[in-house]
Design a protein around this ligand. Structure first.
Ligand SMILES: Nc1ncnc2c1ncn2[C@@H]1O[C@H](COP(=O)(O)OP(=O)(O)O)[C@@H](O)[C@H]1O
Ligand SMILES: [Mg+2]
Length: 349
């Protein structure tokens, strides 16, 4: 559906959270890994469950729904189910939700239907089929037996999503041990340039050409600390404002007014908020011409901090400090693990 009478917005749905884009940018490694984990389902063997974790707005839900949708369209034997465990925390609600998604006949919800009966319904509906079950906000489940229920279904692959990497630490040890072979995939915050790409792609579908400039997209991307939801939200809010106030274009002023508060704090805090090691990290990256790989940065930091008589820091602290610098947009990062590189953002505030 398009809106020919609109002068700013072409399709508002593209700028809403539920929209699943037709391509996922900058998550190729993760996308391939999840595809590989699920693939055995297609071949009738046992898939690997997947645990996806990362900060809000890092594309976890979007990725899970995208992959599940992709698979569902691949074969009529594959079905998918999505449950947000925050909205449906009990074992009954989760299984009931899955039963609704996977059964072809309507589920009759009698009061007092035993949960085990719902589980049997799911089993029957899935005979001869395979199913991808997304459990979003999985740390909000009230009763971890539901994970056990689903593990016992051989033809189900679970995509479990949470913000924290430790979300499943407290589940019953028998369940944890069965989930030990799950693939554990981290979604790091996006760099500003990755957010720019995603916003540009979205604006092409969602907005009339030319109503937002590249520089305005950069302004939004620089302010959201790698949170793609916040970035798209801002773009939607300013588009709606421009549309409502009958502007022909989005103005810088509209964007400035809708930028998150954190950006203002950050401007004030600026370098004053950094600890000595983080300041040293910033100096090293600047000295290296603005880009440096993680290994070299760590080596130089160790050398320099030793020569300045500062405490030496371990790898984990290093990651913690650099993650904070990325989170607050002092640095951009790309790549993972050993291949991670850090760079100064294009525009320093
Ligand atoms: N790699 C990506 N490519 C395209 N759109 C993305 C990507 N990552 C996130 N988004 C979009 O950003 C918004 C937030 O993503 P979401 O998956 O809901 O984040 P999370 O579940 O990690 O909080 C959604 O509108 C989603 O479509
Ligand atoms: Mg989510």
């Amino acid at each position: 559906m398009s809106y020919p009478e609109m002068s700013i917005i072409r399709d508002i749905r593209v700028l809403t959270e539920k929209f699943i884009p037709n391509r996922i940018l900058h998550r190729t490694g993760q996308l391939e890994a999840i595809r590989d984990d699920i693939k055995p389902l297609l071949e009738g063997s046992v898939p690997r469950h997947v645990f996806i974790h990362g900060n809000p707005g890092t594309g976890k839900t979007c990725m899970a729904r995208y992959v599940a949708g992709e698979l569902e369209s691949y074969s009529s034997d594959i079905v998918q189910s999505y449950t947000n465990c925050w909205e449906n925390p009990s074992r009954f609600r989760i299984l009931y939700n899955i039963a609704k998604d996977v059964s072809s006949a309507p589920i009759i919800h009698r009061k007092g239907t035993p949960t085990d009966e719902i589980l049997e319904m799911i089993k029957r509906s899935l005979e001869g089929k395979h199913c991808v079950v997304i459990l979003d906000e999985v740390d909000k489940i009230e009763d971890d037996r539901v994970l056990y229920d689903l593990i016992t279904l051989q033809n189900v692959c679970m995509l479990m999503i949470a913000n924290s990497s430790t979300a499943l630490y407290n589940v019953d040890s028998r369940i944890r041990s069965r989930l030990a072979s799950s693939d554990n995939i981290e979604f790091r915050p996006y760099s500003s340039s990755e957010i720019i790409d995603i916003l540009s792609d979205r604006s092409e579908w969602g907005l009339i050409p030319g109503v937002i400039t590249g520089q305005q997209i950069e302004m939004i991307a620089a302010s959201v600390s790698g949170d793609c939801r916040a970035a798209i939200d801002i773009m939607r809010v300013v588009s709606e404002e421009a549309e409502r106030s009958e502007h022909e274009k989005i103005t810088d002023d509209m964007i400035e007014r809708s930028l998150p508060r954190i950006e203002m704090f950050k401007k004030e805090l600026s370098m004053g908020a950094l600890n000595p090691h983080q300041k040293l990290i910033m100096e090293i990256v600047t000295g290296a011409g603005g880009t440096i790989d993680s290994g070299e940065l760590f080596r130089k930091l160790s050398e320099l901090s030793a020569s300045k008589g500062m405490e030496s820091i371990v790898d984990r602290t290093f990651r913690n400090y650099t993650n904070k610098l990325v989170k607050y947009s002092f640095l951009n990062s790309s790549g993972d693990g050993r291949w991670r590189t850090f760079a100064l953002p294009k525009k320093q505030f």
